[in-house]
Design a protein around this ligand. Structure first.
Ligand SMILES: NC(=O)c1ccc[n+]([C@@H]2O[C@H](COP(=O)([O-])OP(=O)(O)OC[C@H]3O[C@@H](n4cnc5c(N)ncnc54)[C@H](OP(=O)(O)O)[C@@H]3O)[C@@H](O)[C@H]2O)c1
Length: 277
């Protein structure tokens, strides 16, 4: 049994975030969607982590959060798709923490093909989320690690007429959704995931995918991790329907956090659900 005067460490805080019903520190920490309180002393890095992630971890019901790591000039990759790494290690740890707090991690097929990611939680302890590929035309090749490696289940979302590459490995479930104007309706994607018990979702990228979910007004939060570099050209982060005047711009609530040399902008989108236009 730990003393109530013992310092609550970063690891304690993370354990409390991923196991909210039985927080570390024998109930010294209390998490709510509005924040957190602690009965004893809390280390500075644990305090920052709790400030940033307690509202996400303690939130009940469905959640849709997106993230993009980008340069100061808003690029998420070079022209040829190279993106490893725009962000520093602290941001990559943050991304793994986001994965550890959700039921499912979603990427567009562009990212699946360009990065061949695993989408697992490796930098911190945590439960592995279901990995989801949005692939309306069935262009993900069977050689992708998401489709070959079974560290976590993979959900391959396909358009109704798509013909996927090969029969699919045992950890891969194929699910077909209707296409509207050539794409999945973001709300329908989230509903289909929730129907499978995957109510907490991270939209991890890339820019096209996150932009569609943002434009559809279905995101609760967006984490933009700005790295101190200029790429000057390359794949854009957010690209949305043009607006004519700045009064049509979204002005979400924003909190900022230091993430190594990067800066995390935590955008609260609940209040800005209406698409401009
Ligand atoms: N820095 C970061 O945080 C970060 C994160 C992820 C990726 N990346 C980089 O970003 C690049 C890829 O991003 P990207 O913007 O080009 O592509 P992407 O968003 O990964 O994938 C876009 C494609 O996914 C499918 N898709 C996405 N949303 C859909 C929807 N609602 N309905 C139907 N299909 C949907 C479409 O496939 P179809 O074209 O077949 O219709 C779409 O063209 C890579 O270079 C990667 O390295 C960076």
């Amino acid at each position: 049994m730990r003393s109530p005067d013992a310092l609550l460490t970063l690891d304690d805080a993370w354990q409390a975030l991923i196991n909210p019903p039985t927080p570390a520190g024998s109930g010294r920490l209390h998490l709510t969607a509005a924040g957190w309180t602690a009965a004893g002393p809390v280390a500075d890095d644990a305090r920052e982590l709790l400030d940033c992630l307690a509202p996400l971890a303690a939130r009940s019901g469905r959640l849709a959060i997106a993230q993009l790591g980008q340069s100061l000039d808003g690029r998420i990759a070079t022209e040829c798709g190279h993106s490893h790494y725009i962000n520093g290690l602290a941001s990559r740890v943050h991304l793994h923490r986001l994965r550890g707090l959700v039921d499912a991690v979603v990427v567009g097929v562009g990212t699946a093909c360009a990065d061949d990611p695993l989408l697992t939680v490796r930098h911190v302890p945590g439960r592995q989320p279901v990995r989801v590929i949005l692939d309306p035309r069935g262009r993900a090749p069977a050689r992708l690690r998401l489709l070959r490696e079974a560290q976590a289940p993979t959900l391959h979302l396909l358009g109704e007429d798509a013909e996927p590459d090969g029969p699919g490995a045992g950890h891969v479930t194929r699910l077909r959704l209707p296409l509207v104007d050539g794409g999945f309706v973001p709300a329908a994607v989230l509903d289909a995931l929730a129907a499978r018990g995957l109510g907490r979702v991270l939209i991890e990228g890339g820019g096209i995918t996150v932009s569609r979910f943002l434009e559809a007004g279905v995101l609760d939060r967006l984490h933009l991790l700005l790295a101190p570099l200029l790429i000057g050209s390359g794949r854009p982060g957010l690209t949305m329907t043009p607006i004519a005047t700045l009064d049509q711009a979204r002005r979400p609530g924003v909190r900022t956090f230091r993430c190594g040399d990067d800066t995390l902008f935590d955008l609260e989108l609940d209040g800005s659900r209406t698409a401009p236009g």
